[in-house]
Design a protein. Structure first.
Length: 132
């Protein structure tokens, strides 16, 4: 599985959790309104109500925690992708620098590295900025 696909699945999972949280919020609201209109009279009914409300609240909190967890994973995966891209760019720039020092022309460097001439030019601008 690619990092991009993993992030998409986590975001999709978050959307489902958000829908569930909204639904549980509506259930809690309706249940509270219903109990205001007709409060339970028996002790057993009161206990059942407390258990039901406790479970719904717990499930809702679990969904919220899962979203936070998923967002943490998404952040880690995103940083990993950024680091990999950064590492690839840094590696290529080192190659560009070495090949230039060996006397290769920009077009030859691009062909040798399998990238565009504009990429080599951009890398050289960056390399030059680092030394000024």
């Amino acid at each position: 599985m690619t990092v991009k696909k993993a992030i998409e699945l986590l975001e999709q999972n978050n959307r489902h959790h958000l829908e569930d949280i909204k639904l549980y919020g509506e259930v809690l609201k309706k249940y509270e309104e219903s109990n205001k209109a007709r409060p339970p009279h028996h002790e057993l009914a009161k206990q059942q109500q407390e258990i039901f409300l406790g479970l719904i609240t717990m499930i809702k909190a679990t969904k919220e925690t899962q979203i936070k967890f998923n967002n943490g994973i998404i952040n880690l995966l995103t940083k990993k992708v950024e680091m990999v891209v950064e590492d690839k760019v840094s590696f290529r720039r080192k190659q560009v620098k070495n090949l230039l020092q060996e006397g290769y022309k920009q077009k030859e460097i691009a062909q040798k590295l399998g990238c565009s001439l504009s990429t080599v030019e951009k890398d050289l601008r960056t390399i030059r900025k680092e030394f000024h």
